[in-house]
Design a binder for this molecule. Sequence first.
Ligand code: HAS
Ligand code: CU
Length: 585
Amino acid sequence: MSSAIESEPTFVDEFPAESRLIRAAFLGSFLALGLGAVFGIIQTLHRTGIARPFSSVDYYTFLTAHGVFLVISFTIFFLVGLFTWAVVRSLDRPLVNIRISWTWYALMSAGITMTGVSILAGFTNRIDMSADVLFTFYAPLQAHPLFYTGLAVFIVGTWIAGADWFRTWLAWREENPDERIPLQTFMVLTTMAMWYIATSAIAVSVLVFLLPWSLGWIEQVNPTLTRTLFWFFGHPVVYFWLMPAYLLWYTVLPKIAGGRLFSDPLARVVFVLFLLLSTPVGIHHQYLDPGIAEGFKFISMTNTMFLLLPSLLTAFTVVASVEYGARKRGGTGIFGWLRELPWRDPAFTGMMLAGLMFAAGGFSGMINAGMNINYMIHNTIWVPGHFHLTVGTAVALTFMAATYWIWPQISNKPIYSKPIGLFQVVLWFIGMALMSNAMHAQGLLGVPRRTAEPEYAGFDYPLALGGFEELNLQIAIGGTLLFVSTVLFLGNVVLTMGNPKVSGLAESLPPALSGPEDAPMVLDNLRLWFAIAVVLVVLAYALPIVGIVSRGGLLGPGGSAFPVWIDVAGTWIANATAVVPEVLR
Ligand code: HAS
Ligand code: CU
């Protein structure tokens, strides 16, 4: 009788090189989470007046660092780790060239380091590299060139990562010409297709306008144009954060619940809908922007309402998949089956709480999307209340919770403490419920976002009399619980890394109840869906952008028709060619 139980080879045994890359990506993500959390607690205590060891100016450096480290670095490094795992696992083959993979990882790391250095240099007046432009880096706020260069390098890294996964799929398809695209790979490829469309605009905004402007090659930019190009990217980026969480809700959560995905075809429809609809809605962030006709804003609102569909379908599918597992365990009744779920498992409970909170975040998103009601909440702290439920919990809590399941798969090391993990995810949920609720309530009272020291004491202003201080206390307590929860999560991960390796941790994922064979073949036609997505984007953005440029010029009112760097280049070419006749003589 062999001593060790014969166990199926784990992902690490089969794909050691990819496992190293995935662990490096997750660790880059967790480093950013830790940094973002430190800046988060500092700014929470500053804004609520609990503790203000820093200046109001520093507040905007903290806020920029908090935003960029969390929504760019934490989320996207986790995404590339998860997507690499999902592609290699579902295709059951290694990446085409691990050196290319480490190249995109190095570009992303170098890029976020440049941007991070530029932001943090804001704390010292000695080096003028500041970038207090917040995570949306709107002009006319201007950052140091290093900030924009770092972002550009980071995005190029993600483009190469996407190409890496497409090439791996194409190599697999040659070996399996008649197979459907495995679901997890399908989810990765549709997400990356959406990302290529979305990032095209931010690449133009940064490389053609903001970076040359920051380098002094052009005197000015058209802020309405660069803002519109940002939101062309800015709404789809939220789904770029969400879709990895959906990949986990669709393919891992049902497994942990002892269930099976309810419908593979429906999951494919959801991801195709996100590819088609994510980008033509960005103007819903600009309802109050001048320079964009109301009609275009109305179209964006309508498109946004269509965009609720994939998430509502997700709510149905995921709950049905989990319920199937509960009933298999003997669950009964309309809600009694909930008792049969593995609530002691931090991976399960964390993802379910994240989903529950996303329901609230989604409904606050619907309120944001209504043009008329948006006027009430735009630029108030309601909006941070919304996105701390969505990216701050639906995504962030899902990523942390899923780590308790995935890390053992890619390291052969069991989690250090599941009870601590369970306490951590519940603490996050409680902290976020307190903080986000108070932010929404203060937003409705008219409290602005992005303000270092909102004070109303001393006024007989209804706000000062009606709960502003109590809501501030809720935000401070909630933010502190979130910080403690982050420390617990990072501590659990670090202690897990010190654990000895064990075997028998491999977990396979069960097939869907309704499998890919039930999905119409057309769903796998990625070229078709990509082409339709591009047409929808052109329809949504061509006229608004033509309107913005015809009214305000490419470089803003009075800006030269051609950027000065074209003049510089033209002079340089003229001088260089002037010597040619001499040389030829
Ligand atoms: Fe948003 C602003 C509208 C989703 C993030 N959003 C933001 C900003 C961010 C952000 C970062 O229309 C601020 C940017 C800035 O700094 O200015 N958002 C929406 C709408 C949706 C939406 C309609 N947002 C997200 C997601 C985000 C995110 C996802 C990040 C990941 N948002 C807006 C608008 C603004 C905005 C305006 C501009 C506001 C302004 O004026 O500035 C929709 O996608 C929401 C659809 C979701 C639902 C919920 C479905 C429920 C589900 C739960 C399933 C349950 C499970 C478990 C799995 C309809 C899927 C169940 C549990 C059991 C126990 C059974
Ligand atoms: Cu949006």
